[in-house]
Design a protein around this ligand. Structure first.
Ligand SMILES: [Zn+2]
Length: 372
């Protein structure tokens, strides 16, 4: 009698059923009636049958291991060393009672772990995913370690179920990190130990509604970094979050993004995180103020082909006087033009506002940079 589950899950190499209508791979842990070592040896035989093409010497494009219940610890590296061709590997809806060690395994083609349950630790240290790896809807009851793992296309961690910080993303390079897909709901489950983060994450580049989704994701990452007192990452995610908010504004056709506070916040100080941008913007304001004061001085003195250098240097003093706490005695000459005095005083007072605000923003950005 053939195993019902093998038929249901379209196994190309079907197995004989035991007394409960299921084969040794699909039957429950209690019903397997063999120790872990024997079971693993049987799994090795099944793997070898796929590699060699079974009795008829077929070429299997997909190695179907769906629904297997692994009763104890298993190390997969030795199995995968035998794979000469590049089949897809499917471990969908498997159950691992012992630890499952996929360390050092190179997956040449796509691999699916969708809907699997890992009751003990699982290891993907130094594993290489050359094509897509799908962990969608997986349940991790213990630590899942992705250490120095290489991701070439996409590692899907969407909708995984795990307790806080159970899934470790550790030491993975910048390029591979950018190919890991996860949503805001998975942020709590994943613990990141990463040297250098990529500029943007997977969801930002691929999702259709990426502005909103990415903003939420970056906000969640920021909140998590804040609870873990990682100020450097708080700053990083805050910047990305605001960039997404800005992208949403710029994506809107009717709304004029340059009118928004977010846009100005970005221009003035890089969301309070970029002192270089703040100082450049300050220089811009200062230069604009200088030009305005040049205009006033020209109004005051009238045009002459021979410049009065004393008057010219007064403009510098007047521009500097816009900075709070800097005092300057330079004022308009009341004997020349009477109207100019109040107008100039009014304009200068107005110009003092952006100068003061920008100095404050610069100080804020500088403080953020040094604190983190
Ligand atoms: Zn079966």
């Amino acid at each position: 009698m053939i195993c019902n589950k093998c038929i249901e899950l379209h196994w190309p190499i079907r197995q004989k059923a035991l007394n409960d209508g299921l084969c040794i791979f699909h039957t429950s842990r209690e019903n397997k009636a063999c120790d872990v070592k024997t079971f693993n040896a049987k799994f090795f035989d099944l793997f070898s049958a796929y590699v060699s093409g079974g009795v008829r010497g077929k070429t299997y494009r997909q190695y179907n291991f769906d629904g297997i219940i692994f009763p104890g610890d298993i190390v997969f590296f030795a199995y995968f060393q035998k794979v000469a061709r590049k089949p897809q590997i499917s471990f969908k809806h498997c159950i691992y009672y012992g630890f499952s060690d996929f360390s050092n395994v190179v997956f040449h083609n796509s691999v699916m772990f969708t809907g699997s349950k890992f009751y003990s630790a699982s290891y993907f240290t130094n594993a290489v995913f050359l094509e897509n790896a799908n962990f969608f809807d997986c349940k991790f009851n213990d630590v899942a370690l992705f250490k120095n793992t290489i991701v070439n296309k996409k590692l899907n961690l969407a909708r995984i179920h795990a307790k806080r910080n159970m899934v470790h993303i550790d030491g993975i390079d910048e390029d591979s990190v950018s190919k890991i897909m996860f949503d805001p709901s998975e942020v709590d489950a994943i613990q990141f130990s990463i040297q250098k983060w990529p500029e943007n994450l997977y969801v930002e580049r691929r999702a259709k509604d990426y502005f909103i989704k990415s903003e939420t994701l970056y906000r969640c990452l920021k909140q998590k970094a804040a609870t873990e007192h990682d100020q450097r990452m708080v700053s990083h995610w805050h910047y990305r979050e605001k960039m997404m908010a800005l992208a949403q504004l710029q994506g809107g056709a009717v709304w004029k993004p340059w009118k928004s506070i977010t846009w100005w916040y970005y221009c003035c100080s890089g969301f309070g995180e970029d002192p270089k941008r703040a100082i450049k913007f300050f220089a811009g304001i200062f230069f604009a103020a200088f030009l305005v004061l040049c205009g006033f001085k020209l109004w005051e003195t009238g045009w002459s082909p021979y410049p009065d250098w004393n008057k010219f240097f007064e403009i510098f003093a007047e521009t500097l006087a816009l900075i709070p706490l800097v005092k300057s005695g330079a004022v308009a000459d009341p004997s020349k033009v009477s109207l100019i005095v109040p107008i100039k005083r009014f304009v200068v007072s107005l110009m003092q506002i952006p100068v003061s605000v920008q100095i404050a923003l610069f100080a804020f950005a500088l403080r953020n940079r040094f604190r983190r």
